[in-house]
Ligand binder design. Structure first.
Ligand code: ADE
Ligand code: ZN
Length: 342
């Protein structure tokens, strides 16, 4: 017998957790898009919030990316990025989120003429405020856009120089197919030499080979998504043996047709195979839900137990870039929560 869904929802609601895969530009809600457009006198191709939501019908990653880059054009000032960040952190705190490792796409903004510091300063101010006022900690990860070339990624790393002491790592996102991780071998090496952590989207739409490259060429600390790694047994064994964290995004996978049906989502299989899977929202404003909505959707559709949910939450901290003392504190909080619930 699976647990009654409202009991499981309540368990998820209070479960302490971290989010390791959130694109801050993907948390731009349609209402905020209108507010920022008005504030910045930017014309939008939509008249109502409903029209915007109705446009969010995707059959693959690129359909989403086209609209996501359009939406980001309303973000013009450090205040916009601060407000965007704070709105996200408030939602995370309401979901019992204790920590987030937040992606941003500087090239989406510098290519529109904004200096690097506009997005960076606005987000860093929100991160400080979230820690002070909500008790939510966070780290910032700068993502390179893989549809652009490696020189552009190097220019971005250079532009980031004054902020690197406040940036935890680099990532790789945007259109996966045709843009293998090896295209960014040198810039990831340079980032590693500067002491930055490394993560990369791989195996969302791209083949297992891209996951191998992320591990062996980019030397990443985590894989973002990783769904297609399951097609390759040797790769699955490697990920399990090395304890590589996968930042899995259930509602994103459903919305972008990476899975046909949530009931067939590979998350339970990943756990059964000993993989360090986590649950994340990716681009919550576009995919229909924040962190707890992702836990609920996959738990209800696949019948995850409380033990599995607690394991996912534990993985979110052990896979984070927090130091070991902080991780231990969060794991102890999960243990206390689980003990009090049973
Ligand atoms: N940028 C924002 N969300 C993304 C995703 N799910 N995959 C690749 N690039 C992205
Ligand atoms: Zn993503």
């Amino acid at each position: 017998m699976t647990e009654h869904s409202s009991d499981l929802d309540a368990f998820i609601a209070g479960l302490p957790k971290a989010e390791l895969h959130i694109h801050i530009e993907g948390s731009l809600e349609p209402e905020q898009m209108f507010d920022f457009a008005r504030r910045n006198r930017v014309a939008l191709p939509f008249r109502t919030v409903e029209e915007i939501r109705a446009a969010y019908q995707f059959t693959r990653l690129q359909d989403f990316l086209d609209i996501y880059y359009e939406g980001a054009k309303v973000l013009l000032s450090a205040e916009d990025f601060h407000d965007l960040g704070m709105a996200y952190f408030r939602r995370l705190a309401a979901d019992s989120g204790r920590h987030a490792e937040v992606f941003f796409d500087p090239q989406t903004h510098t290519d529109r003429g904004l200096p690097f510091g506009v997005a960076a300063e606005g987000l860093l101010a929100a991160m400080d405020e979230a820690e002070r006022e909500l008790g939510v900690t966070s780290k910032l990860i700068l993502c390179f856009l893989r549809h652009l070339d490696e020189d552009a990624a190097f220019a971005t790393l250079k532009a980031a120089e004054p902020w690197l002491d406040r940036i935890a790592g680099v990532g790789l996102d945007s259109s996966e197919l045709g843009h293998p991780p090896s295209k960014f071998a040198r810039v990831f090496h340079a980032a590693g030499e500067r002491g930055l952590k490394r993560v990369a989207h791989a195996g969302e739409e791209g083949p297992p080979q891209y996951v191998w490259e992320a591990l062996d060429v980019l030397r990443v600390d985590r894989i973002d998504h990783g769904n297609r790694a399951l097609e390759d047994q040797a790769l699955t064994a490697r990920l399990a043996a090395d304890g590589v964290t996968l930042t899995v995004c259930p509602l994103s996978n459903q919305k972008l047709c990476v899975v046909d049906d949530m009931a067939a989502h590979p998350l339970p299989l990943m756990l059964a195979l000993g993989l360090k899977a986590t649950v994340n929202s990716d681009d919550p404003a576009y995919f229909g839900g924040y962190l707890n909505a992702n836990y609920r959707a996959v738990a209800q559709a696949t019948g995850l137990s409380r033990e599995a949910l607690a394991e996912l939450a534990r993985n979110s901290f052990t896979g984070s870039f927090l130091d070991t003392g902080q991780v231990a504190g969060h794991l102890a909080e999960i243990d206390r929560y689980v003990a009090a619930q049973t």
